[in-house]
Design a protein around this ligand. Structure first.
Ligand SMILES: O=C1O[C@H](COP(=O)(O)O)[C@@H](O)[C@H](O)[C@H]1O
Length: 253
């Protein structure tokens, strides 16, 4: 499946310009999917992505987007309480979700009372119920859930979601959501969508800013002869994958 989708790369001088573009891109896809299917399923990452999404909560998007049609998920989550500083839910809540009127029942945080394994199973069960109700579409090509848009980030090591270089979770072919207890980046316990689910999304946006990520960007998008494959090099989408880069991230292309 990787490599069959349309791949675009958009480069900007500054992180601010990436943020402006990302808000318009997300709002346009929201309008498209609300018109087509009456709902918009959006998957968030943690990390720097949430800061770069900040303009979505500002005018004109704050009042233009049909927020009540949004269903919000996490591509990965740290297994900590929702009010913990490491929680991706808390980050998104404070950076975006508390500023826009998405119905709380359409924000799907993980169950923070469970173990990593239990939380992953519970989240997969939640997704299956939403697929049955057709809130989340199904990919005709893969049979996996087909989210409308995933807003993804990448670490300097080339990881995305909680899929880290050299880790066996990168090869998961069956599960929708899995767990990790030995994440090389703290905290160690996390849950994560698997590649079959990530790559079945209609649109994937990979948002990368900062020159500390230039090497990984070069390996993913440049003419790297490196013998090892980074997780981010396996990223695809069913319809379209777009990389959004600032000058620092694109500096080695
Ligand atoms: O740990 C994580 O890291 C990645 C990348 O974060 P960034 O701060 O370098 O952008 C993030 O996409 C992921 O959701 C998060 O759990």
């Amino acid at each position: 499946m990787a490599g069959q989708c349309q791949k675009k790369v958009e480069k900007f001088q500054t992180e601010e310009e990436v943020a402006v573009r990302l808000a318009k891109y997300t709002a346009d896809l929201s309008a498209k999917f609300v018109k087509e299917r009456g709902a918009f399923t959006v998957v968030l990452s943690g990390g720097s992505l949430i800061y770069t999404l900040r303009k979505l909560a500002e005018e004109p998007y704050k009042f233009m987007v049909e927020w009540e049609k949004w269903h919000v998920f996490w591509v990965d989550e740290r297994v900590v309480k929702r009010d913990h500083a490491d929680s991706n839910y808390k980050l998104a809540l404070e950076g975006l979700l508390c500023k826009v009127p998405i119905p709380p029942g359409q924000v799907y945080a993980i169950n923070d009372t469970l173990s990593a394994e239990g939380a992953a199973e519970d989240y997969e069960t939640c997704l299956k119920h939403l697929v049955e109700r057709n809130v989340i579409a199904t990919s005709k090509a893969t049979g996996f859930p087909k989210f409308d848009l995933m807003l993804l980030g990448m670490g300097p090591d080339g990881h995305l979601a909680s899929l880290f270089p050299g880790h066996s979770l990168c090869n998961e072919k069956t599960k929708w959501v899995t767990h990790i207890t030995d994440s090389p980046k703290p905290p160690p316990e996390r849950i994560t969508f698997t590649f079959p689910v990530i790559n079945s999304a209609a649109y994937n946006a990979m948002v990368v800013t900062g020159d500390d990520k230039a090497d990984a960007v070069q390996r993913a998008l440049g003419n790297s002869q490196h013998p090892d494959t980074l997780p981010v090099q396996s990223l695809a989408a069913e319809d379209e994958l777009t990389w959004f880069l600032d000058q620092g991230a694109a500096s080695k292309l």
